[in-house]
Design a protein around this ligand. Structure first.
Ligand SMILES: [Zn+2]
Length: 219
């Protein structure tokens, strides 16, 4: 039994040749095998030199790509380059890693980070919230009619674009969608909202009143 130890791209490789020439090699990467205390067993009949080339190729694939993946495969990356992603820490089946010096590359974390950045920008620009506008209008423009949707409705203006603030639309009694020909009380709503200093309010007489931050520099 002969043991070969080498380091490749900061990864420690250990290959143990079998005593029996027909048995496979065993190996560890950064001290890890199948599990923490167990070596990997090669599943092919190949020499220690052939196995070393195969392991280098696997290390290259990871080192040249983004740091990501499940924690139980993290030992294929150079020690010190990765850490457990805090968003997944302790998860039973999908705990994953991220680069030590950067954001997580896993798509759920990327999406969450983008969403957080959008809402932070929206807040930083001082855009009104749907809740703030709704509360303000509810006092002066109570819902009327038998249909629950008769009256105004407030919604975020295109969640993909934080720069657009919120929109207020009007549903007439019995109507399923806002119509430019039935603006309802939108003219009065426009007057109400444009009295607020920090908002820029845009209305052309149709079905939508747009409200954005005055300081957003859009208009
Ligand atoms: Zn993550």
């Amino acid at each position: 039994m002969r043991t070969h130890r080498t380091t490749y791209r900061h990864c420690a490789i250990e290959i143990i040749e079998p005593t029996n020439p027909y048995a496979p090699c065993a190996f560890t990467i950064n001290g890890h095998g199948e599990s923490r205390d167990q070596r990997y067993t090669d599943h092919m009949q190949r020499s220690a030199a052939e196995l070393l080339e195969f392991l280098k190729m696997n290390i290259d694939l990871r080192a040249d790509g983004e740091i990501m993946g499940l924690t139980n495969m993290a030992h294929w990356y150079a020690p010190g380059t990765w850490e457990v992603c805090p968003a997944s820490a302790g998860a039973a089946y999908n705990e994953h890693i991220k680069p030590v010096d950067g954001p997580c590359n896993e798509s759920p974390c990327k999406k969450a980070a983008a969403k957080k950045a959008r809402s932070e920008r929206r807040r930083a620009e001082g855009h009104p919230s749907v809740a703030a506008i709704s509360a303000r209008l509810a006092k002066k423009f109570p819902r009327r009619g038998r249909r629950p949707n008769a009256g105004f409705a407030v919604m975020a203006n295109d969640s993909c674009d934080y720069r657009k603030g919120v929109r207020v639309v009007w549903y007439r009694e019995g109507g399923n969608m806002p119509l430019s020909t039935h603006p309802g009380q939108l003219p009065q709503i426009f007057e109400e909202l444009r009295g607020v200093d920090r908002w820029s309010v845009d209305y052309d007489g149709g079905a939508v009143v747009n409200v954005i931050s005055r300081t957003a520099g859009i208009r």
